[in-house]
Design a protein around this ligand. Structure first.
Ligand code: ATP
Length: 352
């Protein structure tokens, strides 16, 4: 068993006033792929480094497989790491780079060769085993780093933005491969990224971080569909979730004098912030449709993205690519009641 239990981790770097992590608690199940997602500076790398043993908390604890490792050095935690920069040894051949951890563990030559061949095969590196890293592409070098990390049968695999130095196309293909590989080996994994698409595509669960705390922890589609607060909704999704300020009165939420929709839940009278995804909005007449003015039309290929205004509020609407609509048109939009998410306009927290 290699579950990870992170309890109340506090870490303030010397010379700074704000903690980099504030009482962070997180359980990662055995074999789970956990993604730490958040904007720059939210503390995800700090958290990962403490799991790795590269940094130590001021208080709190970390255990792996039930063993307290909070203050153990990295080499006593049985974990492997992959970083953003291709940390491969330039003067060693690919074969020796991949086998490095096994040599350190004093495994027999035959056993090392077998394992290196297995990892090279998994990462499509077999033709390059006798090359030096200088003679590989960036993508291939990063494959070497991943192969070296998975070959050692670590309890835990830690990855910090491993795809971010790759170009867009390579990133996309390696992302899918990485997912397959990690599923194949089944190692408990903690993966740091600021890329929400990467997080949703890879994680069994995603921990969305904001200024040193976990704002929401959940399965990718749950986090996408029901953001716990407006920060998460505004960070996840492309475009991010739309937020409209409305006023609750008589069981309806009004956005302008003429535009209102039925409130999907019992709400006290007063202000409310409504969240709705661009693809959930339906264009066309209906019982509770709202008039909107089209400001921008962006054909993306798979769909067209409209920027529209309702009163003085702006929102994005995703429509089929064949939709005939032009800038300046007045259209009507519908908000299916099940797609509305409700937030406190002051705190940004979900009301459901
Ligand atoms: P990024 O995606 O930019 O790497 P991050 O979410 O990984 O960001 P951290 O690197 O964990 O964030 O940083 C969290 C906070 O701690 C930031 O405010 C950062 O400035 C601060 N910090 C990080 N490392 C140090 C350090 N060695 N000394 C002082 N402050 C640090």
């Amino acid at each position: 068993m290699a579950d990870i239990a992170i309890r109340n981790l506090m870490k303030t770097y010397p010379g700074t006033s704000e903690p980099a992590t504030k009482q962070v608690s997180l359980e990662v199940d055995d074999g789970e792929f956990m993604v730490l997602l958040g904007p720059s500076g939210c503390g995800k790398t700090t958290l990962l480094r403490m799991v790795a043993g590269l940094d130590f908390p001021d208080s709190g604890s970390i255990s792996i497989g039930g063993r307290d490792v909070t203050y153990l050095p990295p080499n006593q935690r049985n974990l492997s790491m992959v970083f953003q920069s291709y940390a491969v040894f330039p003067h060693r051949k690919v074969r020796d780079n991949i086998g490095f951890g096994l040599t350190m563990r004093k495994m027999s030559k035959a056993e090392i060769a077998k394992k290196v061949d297995w990892a090279a095969d998994l990462l499509q590196l077999s033709p390059y085993l006798d090359r030096f890293p200088a003679n590989l592409s960036g993508g291939q070098r990063q494959r070497v780093a991943v192969a070296r990390a998975i070959v050692v049968d670590a309890d835990v695999l830690l990855m910090d933005e491993p795809l971010s130095n790759l170009d867009a196309l390579l990133r996309l293909s390696f992302r899918a491969e990485l997912k397959k590989i990690v599923e194949t080996i089944g190692t408990t994994t903690v993966y740091v990224t600021h890329d929400q698409v990467e997080a949703l595509s890879l994680g069994d669960r995603v921990a969305v971080m904001r200024v040193g705390q976990i704002a929401q922890l959940g399965r990718p589609l749950d986090v996408y569909d029901s953001p716990a607060d407006t920060f998460v909704g505004g960070f996840i999704g492309s475009p991010p979730m739309n937020f409209l300020d409305g006023t609750v009165a008589d069981g309806r939420i009004g956005f302008t004098e003429r535009a209102s929709v039925p409130a999907p839940a019992q709400l006290p009278a007063g202000p409310v912030r409504v969240g709705i995804r661009a693809e959930a909005i339906v264009l066309g007449e209906g019982t509770d449709s709202l008039p909107a003015v089209v400001d921008v039309v962006e054909p993306i290929g798979s769909h067209t993205l409209l920027t529209v205004t309702i009163g003085d509020q702006v929102l994005k609407v995703q429509v089929p690519p064949t939709t005939e609509v032009h800038r300046g048109d007045t259209v009507t939009v519908q908000f299916p009641p099940g797609a509305l998410r409700l937030y406190d306009p002051e705190t940004g927290l979900g009301l459901e």
